[in-house]
Write a protein that binds this ligand. Structure first.
Ligand code: BJ8
Length: 425
């Protein structure tokens, strides 16, 4: 791939040498983790292709979209409504934040004790290795955790057109009004930026496109209730990750195709692991590509992951947006209703998330919960204590993990996870 796309990366201003290193590591990690799995559904070939072309064909497509005047908008959070972006004939892409890069430079701008996800987003920018970041015409930040909201102040000096969305921290009437006002402000900003006025027709169509993606993911999730599970947690996570940057219609079709295959597997009781393999629900911080460390350890320690209570997972994709409105205002109201249900740990208090984790535990017939907190992520680490307490009260086995993107703690994590899995048998 590299020779074919070199010119394109140079045009985008990437550091070709550093980019080669990144692509080399990404390719090796993917081969080691993904291609070594057994009994994968055939439909995962599509995602293998997507991953092999993640900085190739998809970037070429986005450049072609730009050439015909379509704007590309980058985001770091599931609170940014794709419906509004699509309705203004623009494309939304999730930005890279799942691996350490250019850490020395990053730590000149951010304190060492910043979470790996935020550091990673800076590393990709400072190391000039993320084509998505370079291709984006507008980048949307959001006032969520303290780390992100302060980091955007510095990111504003590194990128052009950073737009920051304010977000509520409390699920109150005032909180909902703030979200509604901010979505209105965002709609105006996107319209101004693209020069396209959102109409009732374009917004309805956009809602339906995003809902179709979500429905495909819901279908995939539902199939994971079966024992044996027809798909590994690693593969399901990959589909959830690709959700953020693939062409929406193609993504929906590809996930539905896998689901057709998985339905047959479930009927025939075919699984990726044997029946009665301990079933794990992961809960916590989002896992962006190529952050596959924890799921890989879990699924090579005698367990299968059957659900992700995460923004790259069910927290991000659950709940459809009501498309029955007839006016832009009615549909903006529906968008606000849908996103106000996202139970990110930045909300205080956040009881809905505790209930959702218990519900998912039951729904996916899990045997235990592993809570994943990124080091220095205050919202999720603090909330992990309440999660553990709530689950223990229901006699749900729980393991709290705190880690980062480094590989130094692999051995220690494996020992702890193997012991936890043993306890579930
Ligand atoms: S809606 S989870 S995508 S903010 S890991 S940067 S919280 S210190 S990512 Fe998130 Fe939106 Fe919430 Fe979801 Fe901060 Fe924690 Fe780092 Fe985090």
């Amino acid at each position: 791939m590299s020779e074919v796309y070199r010119f394109m990366w140079a045009e985008l201003g990437l550091d070709l040498e550093a980019h080669d290193v990144l692509i080399g590591v990404l390719g090796k990690t993917y081969r080691d983790i993904y291609l070594s799995q057994e009994k994968r559904p055939e439909g995962m070939n599509y995602f293998d292709f997507v991953m092999s072309e993640v900085h190739g064909l998809r970037i070429k497509e986005l450049l072609e979209e730009k050439q015909i005047g379509r704007k590309i908008i980058g985001s770091y959070c599931v609170f940014v409504p794709e419906e509004i972006v699509l309705a203004a004939n623009a494309t939304l892409v999730g930005l890279c934040s799942g691996a350490d890069f250019a850490m020395e430079e990053v730590e000149r701008l951010l304190p060492r004790n910043t979470c790996a996800l935020i550091k990673s987003s800076f590393g990709f920018k400072l190391g000039k290795v993320c084509p998505y970041l370079e291709i984006a015409d507008m980048i949307v930040g959001e006032n969520t955790c303290d780390g992100k909201k302060k980091a955007y102040e510095s990111l504003g000096n590194l990128v052009e057109n950073l737009y920051v969305m304010d977000l509520p921290q409390v699920k109150s009437d005032q909180g909902r009004s703030l979200l509604k006002a901010e979505f209105g402000r965002f709609r105006a900003a996107v319209e101004g930026f693209t020069g396209i006025t959102i109409t009732a027709e374009s917004l309805k169509q956009a809602i339906q496109t995003v809902n179709a993606k979500r429905k495909a993911i819901h279908r995939l999730s539902a199939l994971r209730k079966a024992d044996p599970s027809p798909i590994s947690g690693l593969d399901a996570l990959l589909a959830n990750q690709v959700f953020f940057y693939d062409n929406p219609a193609r993504f929906t079709e590809s996930v539905n195709k896998i689901c057709d295959e998985l339905e047959k597997r479930v009927e025939e009781k075919q699984g990726v692991f044997n029946e009665k393999t301990p079933r794990i629900l992961i809960s916590g911080c989002p896992m962006a590509v190529p952050n596959w460390k924890l799921p890989w350890i879990i699924e090579t320690s005698g367990a299968v992951i059957v659900g992700e209570e995460s923004c790259v997972g069910e927290r991000g994709a659950r709940n459809l947006t009501d498309d029955s409105g007839n006016t832009v205002e009615e549909m903006m109201e529906a968008i606000t209703n849908r996103y106000f249900k996202v139970d990110c740990a930045i909300f205080t208090p956040n009881p809905d998330r505790l209930d959702h984790i218990s519900d998912m535990f039951e729904t996916y017939n899990a045997d235990g919960v592993i809570h994943y907190g990124l080091q220095f992520c205050q919202p999720y680490l603090m909330e992990s204590m309440a999660v553990e307490k709530a689950l223990e009260e229901k006699n749900i086995p729980t393991l709290r993990i705190e880690t980062d993107y480094g590989m130094e703690d692999m051995g220690q994590l494996k020992t702890r996870i193997e012991a936890f899995v043993e306890q579930l048998k």
